[in-house]
Design a binder for this molecule. Structure first.
Ligand SMILES: *Cc1c(COP(=O)(O)O)cnc(C)c1O
Length: 821
């Protein structure tokens, strides 16, 4: 492990050092929640639009952190002597300078990857292909931003032989900073697409910004089929070595043909005068596009076609996702069995901790030897032990010779096995019960066998929730709101069908300011599970007022009756002033005080010292539809008038909020102090924000296929007559799962192996039938009811309803599976 003195760090970031001890720095920390090895961490206090690292300085000193980079004048006086402080003007800049300085100490080849798509996959695939031959330092996941890049290069150490780092930008001027940190010696440009186009006047402008990464490289790899990219590379970098891939004849690595055979693609490639065929275990076009740069880079690195052919069949998906499953005996199983290296272990442990904050849940980790880390075992395993010890894990099961050898470093209840087989034999003796279990192993250890023993396989219809996509959407809306507007996330109705605790926990982790629930029960459930974020209850019922006080739930007050009733309870029972949220009706005509009631409301509130108006809000009736814009503006105007009057009458300040998801996108002038995000979290907006991601997938499988002769009918009521000899698939999802019966008989379709299969006959309670006559499919194949490639909006259109109704109708018996990419 490389360590630096505080003096070196201060010099690197041109900061002013106030030194109080001799501790050294081995790692960087910017997230106060993910501390481990505190004594050797350097905390850099960044101020983002929602977090201010300076708020956590005391807490971190208490946890044992001894080195800090802070903004000038922000050293906390009372703990000043307990740590070393480096004062700087701009901590983000300091982080970048520290990264750049660390990078400058290594004279090894560094590949810098940029482009609109595919950066992470190309990076991970190169690592999968070459990682057993050279020690590679790379960006963890897709850490490619102004903050992620300095972190990424920090992974370089004495053993590194090759660096691979991604650079992603969203604004003009950003790439120069990333180039100075990564200082690539080889460049790779994946694709040019529309992402982040909003900040650039043209594609050319964005391309030229990205090309800044390559200004000092000797060699650039890119796709010469992209005409604009090809043309610009030639004119901007005539002196550099340009290696290309593509279908064009001039490509250095030419794709001659592609063929699909048994779920694999056979790609015929030409390199110089050699032609050769590689077979990849994927058939989708994106995988083909991502394979070409990987092969080209390897050829450039001196691999022979034969070596590449041999290695390429072992590529595994870079989805690399961590899945959270419901396990037997009330366990929760986090499945992360694609790889195990140190970086991904940190990420997985954080996920485990985040998802197991629920009170009384124990944390168990099943971990294999870590491979391809580039760190010698005698350094690595003590580090792993430190990490596990500090994450408050309750029990460890280690698998593999190295885990066995370093067993004595782990100070927690643990057991160790040489092989996965031995572990599986012992599995029944563990009596896992009510635990959160992280199963993390290198591919080689086939830990999926452990997962399949632990998981519950009851109802094979599952609703998958992509937590990363949700966080992406959250951040898109936050970006659009700007730094001065807080965010309330609506988690009513089981978070739009996607789950209660799990979603709230993920949102809490992202520091949303408020959560909103419909009924007190929902709020109580979240509090009992350990959610501490402030919660507003939109429909507080009188019978639950006491409970709301007990659980610190803040009511929406929408009329005089609720106001009087709640005040009475607060006056009698509460020891402190209770925050309330006043709803005003500006045109929805549903709930809330009307304009002419405001004086009366102010009068009464003035006489209620137990209540404090924390916010005043209203709800828009047609924020998603241009046709109603005049009306929406009228609502906003009325809202302002009412709030102004209340502020004057009450002589107090309160937060104002009126925007829902569509409103955030379409009415930036009405952001006020907070906005309430609901459906947008799931990727459904009016379209102004273009790069929202789908979050929810409902999938099942084909349980059975049967041939049905022409002119027979399928299912109840004999409505579905087939007009020809047909192959009919049975899918175990029915109206009791929330599959609306109006989708029967050809109205709805499901996706099977990339093709759409119409639903035939009436949908039954627990199953439905689909027509597979024209589709290659087998029993056991996956069936997508809706998801990334077959959007829920199609279903909504067929049913003449809105995505909200479909999401919230998926029955609770459908298992929810949460995963991170
Ligand atoms: C449900 C709800 C929202 C969120 O609406 P979306 O359209 O899902 O963004 C906001 N405010 C109130 C009062 C709500 O009931």
């Amino acid at each position: 492990m490389i360590t630096y003195s505080p003096e070196q760090i201060a010099e690197a970031c041109e900061g002013h050092l106030v030194k109080n001890n001799d501790s050294v720095v081995a790692r960087l920390l910017i997230d106060s929640r993910s501390v481990y090895d505190a004594a050797e961490s350097l905390f850099i206090a960044l101020s983002g639009n929602k977090h201010d690292g300076h708020q956590f300085l005391h807490q971190l000193v208490r946890k044992g952190v001894r080195n800090f980079v802070v903004r000038k004048g922000r050293i906390p006086a009372d703990v000043a002597e307990e740590a070393n402080w480096i004062e700087v003007n701009n901590p983000v800049r300091a982080l970048q300078q520290i990264g750049a300085w660390h990078r400058s100490r290594f004279q090894i080849p560094v590949l810098g990857i940029t482009g609109s798509n595919g950066k992470t996959i190309v990076k991970e695939w190169i690592t999968q292909m070459m990682g057993s031959d050279v020690f590679i330092a790379r960006s963890p996941r897709s850490y490619n931003s102004q903050i992620g890049v300095p972190f990424s290069v920090w992974h370089l150490n004495e053993t590194s032989e090759l660096g691979i780092f991604e650079a992603g930008i969203s604004m003009p001027g950003e790439m120069r900073l990333l180039q100075e940190i990564i200082r690539p010696t080889i460049g790779l440009f994946t694709t040019l697409g529309q992402a982040h186009q909003e900040n650039f006047s043209s594609l050319e402008e964005k391309l030229e910004e990205k090309m800044v990464l390559f200004k000092e490289v000797d060699t650039i790899l890119y796709d010469c089929d992209q005409a604009l990219v090809d043309e610009r590379m030639g004119t901007m970098f005539p002196e550099k070595e340009l290696l290309t891939w593509g279908r064009a004849e001039k490509a250095t690595l030419q794709l001659l043909s592609e063929d699909e055979v048994n779920d694999c693609k056979h790609l015929m490639l030409r390199w110089g005068v050699d032609t050769f065929e590689v077979v990849i275990p994927y058939t989708d076009q994106v995988s083909v596009e991502n394979t070409l740069p990987v092969v080209l880079f390897m050829l450039y690195q001196g691999y022979s076609p034969e070596q590449i052919i041999e290695k390429i069949g072992g590529l595994v998906p870079v989805a690399m996702r961590m899945e959270q499953k419901v396990g037997i005996n009330n366990n929760l199983v986090i499945n992360d069995t694609y790889n195990a290296d140190f970086t991904s272990l940190e990420v997985a442990l954080d996920f485990l901790v985040q998802q197991s904050r629920k009170k009384g849940v124990k944390r168990t980790v099943i971990l294999s030897d870590l491979l391809q880390t580039g760190i010698p075992d005698y350094d690595l395993y003590p580090l792993v032990a430190t990490l596990i010890n500090e994450k408050q894990i309750d029990r460890l099961v280690g698998v593999g010779p190295a885990m066995v050898r370093y067993a004595s470093h782990f100070h927690l209840p643990s057991s160790f096995y040489e092989t996965t087989e031995e572990m599986l034999e012992a599995l029944s003796t563990f009596h896992f019960r009510g635990e959160a279990i992280l199963v993390k192993g290198s591919r080689k250890y086939s830990f999926e066998r452990i997962v399949s023993r632990l998981e519950l396989q009851r109802h094979a219809t599952v609703m998958e929730i992509n937590l990363d996509a949700m966080v992406h959407n959250l951040n898109r809306y936050r970006r659009s709101l700007g730094p001065d507007t807080r965010l309330l996330a609506m988690v009513k109705a089981f978070s739009y069908g996607s789950g209660s605790y799990e979603i709230a926990a993920a949102l809490q982790y992202q520091n949303v300011d408020y959560l909103g629930v419909a009924f007190a029960d929902e709020g109580v459930e979240l509090r009992r599970a350990g959610i501490a974020t402030p919660i507003i209850v939109m429909n507080p019922e009188e019978k639950s007022f006491l409970q709301m006080l007990d659980y610190n739930l803040e009511p929406e007050i929408y009329g005089f009756n609720v106001l009087e009733a709640f005040d009475a309870v607060a006056r009698a029972e509460a020891s402190a002033v209770i925050p309330v949220h006043i709803k005003v009706d500006t045109g929805m005509n549903r709930m809330g005080f009307l304009e002419h009631e405001i004086d009366e409301l102010a009068d009464r509130l003035r006489r209620m010292p137990s209540l404090r108006v924390k916010s005043v809000f209203s709800h828009l009736a047609g924020s998603d539809d241009q046709a109603h814009d005049a009306f929406t503006f009228q609502q906003i105007k009325k809202f302002k008038t009412i709030c102004d009057r209340l502020k004057k009458e009450l002589d107090t300040e309160f937060m104002m909020h009126i925007l829902n998801s569509a409103g955030i996108e379409r009415f930036p002038e009405a952001r006020f102090d907070m906005a309430r995000l609901g459906i947008g979290l799931y990727g459904f907006g009016p379209g102004k924000i273009e790069d929202l991601r789908n979050v929810v997938t409902l999938k099942s499988y084909i349980s059975h296929i049967k041939p049905v002769p022409g002119f027979e009918t399928i299912g109840y009521g004999r409505v579905g007559m087939v007009k020809r000899d047909s192959r009919i698939g049975v899918v175990p999802v029915g109206y009791a799962d929330g599959l609306n019966r109006h989708l029967s008989n050809g109205v709805g379709k499901m996706m099977v192996n990339g093709r759409l299969a119409p639903i035939v006959g009436n949908i039954c309670m627990d199953m439905c039938m689909i027509d597979l006559t024209d589709i290659q499919a087998e029993e056991g194949d996956e069936v997508i009811v809706f998801g990334d490639d077959y959007p829920l909006t199609n279903l909504a259109r067929q049913l003449e309803t809105i995505p909200y109704e479909i999401l919230t109708s998926i029955s609770r018996r459908v298992t929810r599976v949460y995963y991170k990419e």
